[in-house]
Ligand binder design. Structure first.
Ligand code: AMP
Length: 185
């Protein structure tokens, strides 16, 4: 299975998608984690993306598309994978569709985690990751609204979208996600 997790920063994409990937026995791919790892290793890509990460801005599409194309070609993605935090723009979504079509492995499901801004801010301020300060958080929420939220319509039109209320307990949210997965199996 190939599943995309969509939702603003702080909605719980990481926690929920890691758990689901384990349960389904498929790979968990977080572009945010890959970019942060490249940065820590000070690779060419890492140096190029550092400022974007610090400012809470989206990294240029082509850089993310390159790492996703490489990563999805690895053996552990054969049984399927979860895309956590990718795609984040319409251009990325279109490229992902093309890539998966070439490989005859289309998306099965897009799970949107829905939550209001007030709850997000509370969660993000508690999390304490390097890029979790007020200015960056606001920029990331803005990037989500402007560049990523249009994907809700994009995937809804392709009949792939399943929206889950992410305001409940982690357990309740997970159960709703599992129900959405069962429905497309
Ligand atoms: P995340 O861990 O998913 O919250 O991502 C952290 C940061 O990595 C984001 O604020 C962006 O700067 C960058 N990033 C992660 N995924 C993408 C993506 N698909 N497209 C562009 N930038 C991304």
């Amino acid at each position: 299975m190939r599943i995309v997790f969509l939702g603003p920063p702080g909605a719980g994409k990481g926690t929920q998608s890691v758990r689901l990937a384990k349960q389904l026995g498929i790979a968990h791919l977080s572009t945010g984690e890959m970019l942060r790892a490249a940065r820590v290793r000070r690779t060419d890509l890492g140096l190029l993306v550092a400022d974007y990460l610090d400012n809470g801005q989206l990294v240029p599409d082509q850089m993310v598309l390159d790492i996703v194309a490489d990563r999805t070609a690895l053996e552990d993605c054969k049984p399927g994978c979860i895309f956590d935090g990718f795609p984040r723009t319409i251009a990325q979504a279109e490229s992902l569709d093309r890539l998966l079509a070439e490989r005859h492995t289309p998306l099965d499901l897009v799970i949107e985690l829905v939550i209001d801004q007030g709850e997000l801010l509370k969660r993000l301020m508690k999390r304490g990751r390097g890029d979790d300060n007020m200015a960056t958080i606001q920029q990331r929420l803005q990037s989500y609204e402007n560049q990523t939220a249009p994907l809700v319509k994009y995937y809804s039109e392709r009949c792939l979208l399943n929206s889950v209320n992410a305001a409940g307990s982690a357990e309740d949210v997970y159960n709703a996600i599992v129900a959405a997965v069962e429905a497309v199996k």
